[in-house]
Structure formats: structure tokens, C-alpha cells
Design a protein around this ligand. Structure first.
Ligand code: KIV
Ligand code: NA
Length: 275
């Protein structure tokens, strides 16, 4: 399994880091078999798996439940788990207890926190406690209410400057990596060049150290519409719906089950039974 130091080395030798979300046993198994460098148990699970319209309702228990399943499916892949809304904003002690739960109960390797400012001391405390932290800046979906929707961040000079400063502060606080979401590519490039930790982009252009995308988005699985920054490699939804329809038709038309799908009892046993 790769370690945090391996990701640093990958940045140094300019080898792109590939991260993909996974939320359960099969998706984790597929991500590992496919060979991703890192798995993210994202709180995006609130939207793509649980059907909420934001990540706000996701709880620590949700994350533990899903991260455990991911670990069972991907025992040899570095796993980052999102700390959900409001689980790293109270006391540093609360943050340590919550992150400890995520790491100890699930076997995941690191946690991810959104934002800088007041979050920085939490990143530092977690790192000091031995828990690797991935920072997350730019579009931070847990703050959607403050950001006024899911939009590109750091577009004007002032916001870009703050983003650059925040990125540096996350590194200084001890983060081993930074996810940068929905920012102009020029800003993402500047941040990537100014940090020694790897920058994993999503909607942050091609000059970052790696990319992360959501499992359901790249597969077209259960999602109706994907954002501009997503590349959809397949649309598996129609395959699934067609399969379900074929199953329904088979049962209705008595085409399923066939002889090969059924179990039979030996003649002599039937004789004992019915005489
Ligand atoms: O929850 C998530 O999937 C994420 C990625 C989009 C970075 O945080
Ligand atoms: Na997230």
C-alpha cells in the first residue's frame, strides 16, 4: 500500500496521483482492482448514494459505516475519509475524538477536512496526534450555504490571493495533501508550484499533481447530470435499467427461471415423500 510519503515522491517525480471515490464494498473492490493510487470515502456519498441534495446531512456514523465497507473491499489501497459537516469545528478535542473514530473503527489511513482559517488548528492537532490530514480548498461543499451555491472559487484577484495563502497555511499546519476543487487553472497551477505537498485537483485543470473524481460521475451510475469538470467514461445506467426490464419481462413471460436455474429432488426421495 502507498503511504503519504509515496505521494510526496510522486509529486517530486511528476507522476500523476489518481484518486477516486468509493462508498461501499463493490466500488472499493473495483477501484483497487482498477489500480487507483488513493480512495476517497467522500461525504459526496450523501448525494450520490443516500440521495440528499447536499453533503450537510451526512453524519459521522454514516462515514464510519461506509468507510468500513470500503476498507473491506480495498485492503491494500490508501483510504482517505471525509470528516462530515460540523465534526471538526467545535473543540480540538472533539475533532480528535471524531477523527480517531473514523480511523480506528474503519482502518482508513487519513481524514479530509474542508477549509482553512479556524480549521488550521484542527489540521495541526490531528497531524500531531499521528493522523494524516488531507486539506480541501476552493469549492468546499459543506459551506455551500456561505458560498452561495456550487460555483468556481478564486476567480477574482483577492479571492485567488486568499486561496494561495490558505493553501500554504494548510501545508504549514501539516496536511500531507490538498484537494483543490473548482478553481481557475492558473490559480491551481500557482498553488501546485508553491507547495511541496501534492495538490489533487477536481475542476482545477491539468497542471496539478493529481486528479480526483466521483465514482458515480465517471460511470454515469445513478446520476442524471454531471458537472463540466467531470469526464464520464461510461454511462452504465441504461445497462442496469435494461437488465432490470429484461428480468421483469422474463418473469412475466415465464421465461425465467429455466430448468438450469432450478433444483430437483431425486425420484426415490419423491417416492418416500408422496408414496
Ligand atoms: O466528497 C467528495 O467526493 C469530495 C471530492 C469531490 C473531492 O470531497
Ligand atoms: Na467531500
Amino acid at each position: 500500500m502507498k503511504q503519504t510519503t509515496d505521494f510526496l515522491k510522486m509529486k517530486e517525480r511528476e507522476e500523476k496521483i489518481v484518486m477516486l471515490t468509493a462508498y461501499d464494498y463493490p466500488s472499493a473492490k473495483q477501484a483497487e482492482q482498477g489500480g487507483v493510487d488513493m480512495i476517497l470515502v467522500g461525504d459526496s456519498l450523501g448525494m450520490v448514494v443516500l440521495g440528499y441534495d447536499s453533503t450537510i446531512p451526512v453524519t459521522l456514523e454514516d462515514m464510519v459505516h461506509h468507510a468500513k465497507a470500503v476498507k473491506r473491499g480495498a485492503k491494500d489501497t490508501f483510504i482517505v475519509v471525509d470528516m462530515p459537516f460540523l465534526t471538526y469545528h467545535l473543540s480540538v478535542k472533539d475533532t480528535l475524538i471524531n477523527a480517531g473514530k473514523l480511523i480506528q473503527e474503519t482502518g482508513a489511513n487519513a481524514v479530509k477536512l474542508e477549509g482553512a482559517d479556524n480549521v488550521l488548528e484542527h489540521i495541526e492537532a490531528l497531524t500531531n496526534a499521528g493522523i494524516p490530514v488531507c486539506a480541501h480548498l476552493g469549492l468546499t461543499p459543506q459551506s455551500v450555504g456561505i458560498l452561495g451555491g456550487y460555483k468556481v472559487q478564486g476567480k477574482d484577484a483577492e479571492a485567488a490571493k486568499k486561496l494561495m495563502e490558505d493553501a500554504k497555511k494548510c501545508e504549514e499546519a501539516g496536511a500531507f495533501a490538498l484537494v483543490l476543487e473548482c478553481v481557475p487553472k492558473q490559480i491551481a497551477t500557482t498553488i501546485t508550484n508553491s507547495l511541496s505537498i501534492p495538490v489533487i485537483g477536481i475542476g482545477a485543470g491539468m497542471d496539478v499533481d493529481g486528479q480526483v473524481l466521483v465514482y458515480h460521475d465517471i460511470l454515469g451510475y445513478g446520476v442524471d447530470r454531471v458537472p463540466k469538470f467531470v469526464k464520464q467514461y461510461h454511462s452504465i445506467n441504461p445497462f442496469i435499467i435494461e437488465s432490470i426490464q429484461a428480468y421483469i419481462a422474463d418473469v412475466k413471460n415465464k421465461q425465467f427461471p429455466e430448468e438450469k436455474h432450478t433444483f430437483t429432488m431425486k425420484e426415490e426421495e419423491l417416492k418416500v415423500l408422496y408414496g
